[in-house]
Design a protein around this ligand. Structure first.
Ligand SMILES: Nc1ncnc2c1ncn2[C@@H]1O[C@H](COP(=O)(O)OP(=O)(O)O)[C@@H](O)[C@H]1O
Ligand SMILES: [Mg+2]
Length: 392
C-alpha cells in the first residue's frame, strides 16, 4: 500500500499514531499535575525499561499534559559526556520562559522568582542567561555557588510564583541514569524541597532499568518521592491495537492470519510493532494485509532491526567488548552473572571490569543488580548469533 500514508512510526521518540496501553500512567500523571497545581502532595513519575519500550514518547506525552495546564515544562536529555552541561541547558530553557514573565507590573512573588533565577545564574557562572530579565537588585537572591543548596531554592521559588497563575514547573529528563551525579543530586533535592513546601514542581524522568537503583543510591528518599513505572512489552490486547487502529483509521484492514503473524514476530515490543507494522503496510499490494504479506514483512522487519537497532550497538563495540557481549549472549536476553561471563572468558571478574564499564557507558548493557549484567535492547542475544553466522 502507498508508503506515503503508512501510519506506523518506528524510530526513537517518534510519537505513535496512537499511544496505546499507557492509560493508567497517563491518568496518574494528569492527577499528579492537577493535585500539585492545587498545592496538594503528589509524586513525579519515573519510567524505566529496555530500549524501544516507549519511555521517551510517554515522557513527551507527560510534557504535553503539563503544558496544556499552563505549566512551564523543561525537557532535556541527559548524556554521560554532554557538550553542554545539564545546568546550562536548564538555565537556558528556563531563561526563555522567565523572560516572558519579566514585565514591570509583576507580582511580588514573581519578582522574587526572577531574582532567584538571576541570582542563581550569576552564582553558577551562567550570568548571560539572566540578561534581559530586568529586576530591582533588592530582589537578587544571594546564593552560595553550591548547586545542591541553590537549585532547590531557586526552582521552588520559581514554582511558587507560577502557582499564582495556577500553573507550575515540570522538569522532564530522558536517559536520567546518565545525568552526572552532582546535577542529579541537586534535582532530587529540588523535588524533595518543593514537595515539603507544597510548591507546584514535578520532576519526571525516563531511563534504563537501572534508573531506580541510580536514584536510590543518589538519595535514599527517592523511593518515596516518585512513582516508578516499569515499561515492558504491551499486553496482548494493546499490542493488537497498535497494529489495528492506525490501519483501520485509514479505512484499511488486516486479515486474521496476517495480523497474528506480525504480532508473533514483534513479540509485543512497541518499537518492534512499529517496525513490522510499517513493513507489512509497505509490502501489501492492497488491503487486507494477509499472511503472505506478513511473511515478507517479517523478513524485511528483521533486516531493518539488524541493520539499525542492533547493528549500531554492535558496531560501537570494540573487539574485546564484542567478546564480552558474546559471552553474555549464551544466557539469551539474560541477565548474566558477571562471574559466569568471566568464567566463559577464562579470566577474572576484576580484569573484565573496564570492559564492562565501557559497555555500560556506551549504553549497550546495564547492571540490573549488583553482580549482574544485561543487554539494554531486547533480542540482542539472538542478533549476536545471527551476526556471527553472517560474519559481521
Ligand atoms: N504506547 C505505545 N503505543 C504505540 N507505539 C509506541 C508506544 N510507545 C512507543 N511506541 C513506538 O515505539 C518506538 C520506541 O519508542 P521510544 O519512546 O523511543 O522508546 P524508548 O524511549 O523506550 O527507547 C517508537 O517508534 C514509538 O512510536
Ligand atoms: Mg528513549
Amino acid at each position: 500500500m502507498h508508503p506515503n500514508t503508512n501510519p506506523f512510526t518506528p524510530g526513537a521518540g517518534v510519537t505513535p499514531a496512537r499511544l496505546v496501553g499507557r492509560d493508567d500512567l497517563v491518568e496518574a500523571f494528569t492527577i499528579a499535575v492537577e493535585r500539585r497545581s492545587l498545592s496538594r502532595p503528589a509524586n513525579g513519575m519515573m519510567v524505566y525499561g529496555l530500549r524501544g519500550t516507549g519511555k521517551t514518547v510517554l515522557l513527551n506525552h507527560f510534557a504535553s499534559i503539563a503544558g496544556e495546564r499552563e505549566w512551564i515544562v523543561i525537557q532535556a536529555e541527559a548524556a554521560k559526556n554532554p557538550t553542554t552541561s545539564f545546568l546550562e541547558r536548564l538555565s537556558g530553557k528556563l531563561s526563555l520562559h522567565l523572560r516572558r514573565l519579566a514585565q514591570p507590573s509583576v507580582s511580588e512573588r514573581t519578582k522574587h522568582a526572577l531574582g532567584a533565577f538571576k541570582g542563581f545564574t550569576l552564582e553558577v557562572g551562567l550570568g548571560h542567561f539572566g540578561v534581559g530579565i530586568e529586576i530591582d537588585p533588592q530582589y537578587l537572591r544571594p546564593y552560595t555557588g553550591d548547586i545542591s543548596l541553590d537549585m532547590p531554592d531557586m526552582l521552588t521559588t520559581v514554582a511558587q510564583a507560577l502557582q499564582e497563575r495556577r500553573g507550575g514547573l515540570a522538569i522532564m529528563v530522558d536517559e536520567l541514569q546518565d545525568l552526572p551525579r552532582a546535577e542529579l543530586s541537586a534535582l532530587l533535592m529540588s523535588a524533595h524541597e518543593s514537595n515539603q513546601m507544597n510548591a507546584p514542581f514535578l520532576l519526571c524522568g525516563a531511563g534504563l532499568p537501572s534508573l531506580p537503583r541510580v536514584l536510590a543510591e543518589t538519595k535514599s528518599y527517592s523511593e518515596r518521592l516518585f512513582d516508578f513505572a516499569r515499561l515492558d512489552v504491551l499486553d496482548p490486547a494493546s499490542a493488537r491495537r497498535v497494529l489495528v487502529e492506525p490501519v483501520e483509521e485509514l479505512g484499511e484492514k488486516w486479515d486474521d492470519a496476517g495480523l497474528q503473524y506480525i504480532l508473533d514476530s514483534a513479540q509485543r515490543y512497541p518499537y518492534f510493532l512499529q517496525v513490522f507494522g510499517k513493513a507489512a503496510w509497505d509490502t501489501a499490494a492492497m488491503s487486507p494485509i494477509g499472511l503472505d504479506d506478513a511473511k515478507v514483512a517479517r523478513s524485511v522487519g528483521f533486516d531493518v532491526l539488524d541493520q539499525g537497532f542492533f547493528l549500531v550497538r554492535w558496531e560501537r563495540a570494540t573487539k574485546a567488548e564484542r567478546l564480552y557481549l558474546r559471552a553474555m549472549a549464551v544466557d539469551g536476553d539474560g541477565p548474566s552473572a558477571v562471574s559466569d561471563v568471566a568464567t566463559r572468558r577464562h579470566t577474572s571478574v576484576q580484569s573484565l571490569g573496564p570492559t564492562r564499564a565501557r559497555l555500560i557507558s556506551k549504553g549497550i548493557v546495564y547492571s540490573p543488580t549488583h553482580g549482574e549484567i544485561q543487554f539494554t535492547v531486547p533480542g540482542m542475544a539472538t542478533f549476536i548469533k545471527r551476526a556471527d553466522e553472517r560474519g559481521w
